[in-house]
Write a protein that binds this ligand. Structure first.
Ligand code: HEM
Length: 475
């Protein structure tokens, strides 16, 4: 009884404080964006979660944009947050990273990432390490080194596919193996597969609700994170020894061991490697799955894509690997990729925290507040894209760079934290689609729908039935 009474008075006190601070901020010189802070403590968190469990892609934001405009205040995951569905405000947030806004992840996610993760780094170290990754995933490196590995690993995986697969699972396996190759020069083996199994548990921890004390999934993720770190730590130690003896490899680990004259500790390197694994894994594999899903639902687009890739294959012998010039002759594929990124919105938006009071569009967001730049709301806005919710890759054939302002299509973010893997993701998907359409015909095995919480994915991991095409034997 006593506990209930205390809890009730705490809730009432919190509600009063919230209402008064909201009013004070709104009435005074500092005008907050309009909105509703919802219930004490939980704010509008439950409405947000419930909304994203439906298959309407942007219900929470749509409703509030309709009521308050494209920038509004709410209270989710334990704190007041300003949401933006406005491309100019989003761009302002991304470009002012490190000046007016800082990246911000809940403690539960930071623990899994590790404190030396690129995603958590700030200031000059972040700048240096971000460009190191950029230089490892740029066009020249992909053209001269990675493309061949991507093509080889995609083919190797597809060779082992049965006639019914869960596409999302297969795409994840491919993506993990590609990343292992790129980071550590390791080919798939029992060790990498063991690591992948632990790693999958870590990833599950990212997507549980951030209440670590109550969540078995989260506790299991923390244990798996230790195992992954130990396993990677062994590789780092071995490679450091070889590096000191003059045996240098041209992969990401090699670059980290050479960087800062070898000053990075094993722990720093492991955290850094984990952050790259995390950033590329779910994203690229979801992109692969969604591209196939959207194409399956749009037969005219699938037919045009097949034509493009068969024309490339017709110029080569069936066992020939894909080359850079082939990748450069896939214009319709690039339209399909853009449209998948736009409609699929794998990263729906980006959280930041204000470093000082920030004025935007006549409002003031107080220092220390969370802000959320919704990329998805802009991508699905009818003002920027006609019939915005339809998958229509042909729209990109008409859109020249000049016709579309840069800030309405930002699937890879922007500013100092622009995704360093954007080109790698595009090339990986192009190769994957090439091998998919030239090797197989397929159909969906069960109805599967898109869901958007806690991540964008298909509910049943996209089960499909496959038929190997006769010409595919040696592809
Ligand atoms: C469909 C594929 C992908 C999408 C949609 C995507 C999207 C994004 C977005 C929106 C950000 C910005 C986050 C922010 O501003 O806080 C980001 C950051 C990042 N991405 Fe990607 N990404 C993809 C694939 C990859 C791949 C393949 C890699 C592997 C190298 C990668 C590595 C990273 C890293 C390391 C960051 C953090 C950058 C930083 O904080 O400085 N991403 N990504």
């Amino acid at each position: 009884m006593e506990i209930t009474a205390t809890a009730l008075s705490l809730i009432t006190a919190a509600a009063v404080i919230m209402i008064f601070s909201f009013r004070r901020l709104s009435r005074g010189r500092r005008r907050l964006p309009p909105g509703n802070l919802g219930l004490p403590f939980i704010g509008e968190t439950l409405q947000l979660i419930a909304a994203y469990k439906t298959d309407n892609p942007e219900p929470f934001i749509d409703e509030r944009v309709g009521r308050y405009g494209s920038i509004f205040t709410t209270h989710v995951f334990g704190e007041p947050t300003v949401f933006s569905a406005d491309p100019e405000v989003n761009r302002f947030m991304l470009l002012n990273e490190g000046k007016l806004f800082d990246c911000s992840y809940p403690g539960s996610i930071s623990n899994l990432l590790g404190r030396h993760s690129l995603l958590l780094m700030k200031g000059s170290l972040h700048k240096k390490m971000h460009s190191l990754v950029m230089s490892f995933a740029n066009s020249a490196i992909i053209r001269d080194h990675l493309l061949l590995d991507i093509d080889r690993l995609v083919r190797l995986n597809m060779k082992s596919w049965s006639d019914r697969i869960l596409l999302m699972e297969e795409a994840k396996k491919i993506t993990f193996e590609l990343t292992m190759k790129q980071l550590l020069s390791l080919d798939p083996c029992e060790w990498t597969e063991g690591l992948r199994k632990e790693y999958v548990l870590v990833i599950e921890g990212f997507f549980t609700l951030p209440f670590p004390i109550f969540s078995t999934t989260y506790r299991r993720a923390i244990q798996a994170r230790t195992k992954v770190a130990d396993a990677l730590g062994l590789v780092v130690r071995q490679r450091r020894k070889e590096h000191e003896e003059g045996e240098k490899k041209s992969d990401m680990l090699g670059a980290l061991l050479s960087s800062e004259e070898g000053a990075f500790s094993d722990e720093q390197i492991v955290d850094f490697l984990v952050s790259l694994l995390v950033a590329g894994y779910e994203t690229t594999s979801t992109l692969m799955t969604l591209a196939v899903k959207f194409l399956t639902e749009t037969p005219a687009a699938l037919a045009q894509l097949k034509e493009e890739h068969e024309a490339i294959r017709a110029k080569k012998s069936s066992a020939d690997a894909l080359e850079w010039s082939d990748y450069k002759s896939m214009p319709f594929t690039q339209c399909v990729i853009n449209e998948t990124l736009r409609v699929g919105n794998i990263i729906g938006g980006i959280f930041r925290r204000t470093m000082e009071d920030v004025n935007v569009k006549g409002y003031t967001i107080p220092k220390g507040w969370k802000v959320f730049a919704s990329l998805r709301a802009v991508h699905l806005d009818q003002h920027h894209f006609e019939d915005a919710r339809a998958f229509n890759p042909w729209r990109w054939q008409k859109k020249s760079g000049a016709a579309m302002p840069g800030n309405v299509f930002t699937p890879f973010g922007g500013g100092p934290r622009l995704c360093p893997g954007y080109e790698l993701a595009r090339v990986s998907l192009s190769v994957f689609l090439h091998r998919m359409v030239t090797n197989f015909s397929w159909g969906t095995a069960e109805d599967d729908k898109l869901v958007f919480f806690p991540t964008t994915r298909t509910q049943k991991r996209y089960p499909i039935v496959l038929q190997r095409r006769q010409s595919s034997e040696s592809n």
